[in-house]
Design a protein around this ligand. Structure first.
Ligand code: ADP
Ligand code: MG
Length: 323
């Protein structure tokens, strides 16, 4: 009946905690490039399902198929690489970094992030322009480390030891280093620079889609709760996610911003072809934005389909009123 293919298939998945069956044979298919929502009373297993799909928990039985590949039990980082990214109920941002920096640190395959390439190619270049105090501090330590190893190297030669006393040597090396840094920078940082420029352009595009362009230079701790949730989504997008698992993206967010967040989600679905699988309690907000709906109760899927059908389903009404 359905034309669109499923990007994610969960087949008969079981997951227990002690005697408790948090997931009791759950099967569902999430359609590609659609927004699906998962609801259910507290403790019905929604977060556990997200944890199984994102690789945090290994199911006891059943399978998880993503993009045609059986990924059951794969660890989170490998699922992340394949394009499954989750956000958390409480945003986990780098609070002192700016909005832009929070996106940049989530970028995959950045040569500046690799130790070998950043030392070899990037040299002593500071990333102050983009990436904040913690990266600056690392660069600072690299300079100090390089100075000391050079100093030790030279000190081991007798002639040099005679020629220079320690202080003189250090200040000499210091000036040598300073003098020679600038030409190296221009020569060696090409690859790193290109990647960084590319990442920054990508981040700027994502901030535009999320309506955060004007906030790019704000530290994360100054944002409102709703903006923090948007930045978390933005970070997920930097990783080239295909499937985003959002755990309660509008909980604790005021109605205006909650609607804004869901409108942005639709925009991302349409413009970037993303699939969303969202756990959310706020049906007053969410219902008008979703393509498909799933309902869980006591570890089982009790209904699925279009929002209108599902909301009139007897089992669903019972689970909510009776549960
Ligand atoms: P939901 O997100 O729908 O509220 P959860 O998936 O968080 O529900 O939890 C489902 C059930 O599994 C609950 O009864 C919960 O207490 C239990 N549970 C979840 N995680 C754990 C855990 N790590 N250890 C023990 N029990 C857990
Ligand atoms: Mg939960």
């Amino acid at each position: 009946m359905r034309m669109a293919a499923d990007i994610l298939t969960v087949e008969n998945v079981t997951k227990s905690f002690g005697n408790l069956r948090a997931l009791d044979g759950v099967s569902l298919g999430v359609r590609d490039r659609k927004v699906s929502i998962l609801i259910g009373p507290n403790g019905s297993g929604k977060t556990t399902l997200i944890n199984v799909v994102s690789g945090v928990y290994k199911p006891e039985s059943g399978r998880v198929i993503f993009d045609g590949i059986d990924v059951t039990g794969h660890p989170p980082h490998s699922l992340y690489k394949r394009g499954i990214v989750r956000t958390f109920q409480i945003p986990a941002l780098f609070w002192k970094l700016t909005v832009l920096e929070n996106l940049l640190v989530a970028e995959k395959n950045n040569p500046g992030e690799s130790l070998f390439r950043s030392i070899r190619i990037n040299g002593f270049r500071s990333r102050r322009d983009f990436a904040a105090p913690w990266i600056d501090t690392r660069a600072g330590w690299r300079v100090i480390h390089a100075l000391f190893s050079l100093k030790n190297l030279v000190q081991h030669r007798r002639v040099m030891r005679k020629l220079f006393r320690e202080r003189a040597l250090v200040s000499f090396l210091n000036s040598l280093l300073t003098l020679s840094l600038s030409p190296w920078k221009r020569f060696f940082t090409l690859e790193w620079r290109q990647a960084e420029t590319h990442a920054t352009e990508k981040a700027a595009r994502i901030l535009g889609l999320l309506g955060l362009s004007s906030m790019w230079n704000q530290p994360a701790y100054l944002l409102s709760g709703g903006q923090m949730k948007l930045v978390e989504i933005g970070r997920a997008l930097m990783s080239d996610a295909k499937l985003l698992l959002l755990d309660e993206p509008v909980s604790g967010v005021n109605p205006t911003l909650a609607h804004e967040i869901f409108s942005r989600i639709l925009k991302l679905r349409d413009e970037l072809g993303l699939t969303f699988f969202i756990v959310e309690h706020r049906l007053d907000v969410a219902l008008k934005y979703v393509d498909e709906m799933f309902v869980m109760a006591l570890g089982r899927l009790i209904a699925s389909g279009l929002p209108d059908e599902v909301m009139n389903n007897k089992k669903v009404i019972e689970a909510y009123l009776g549960g």
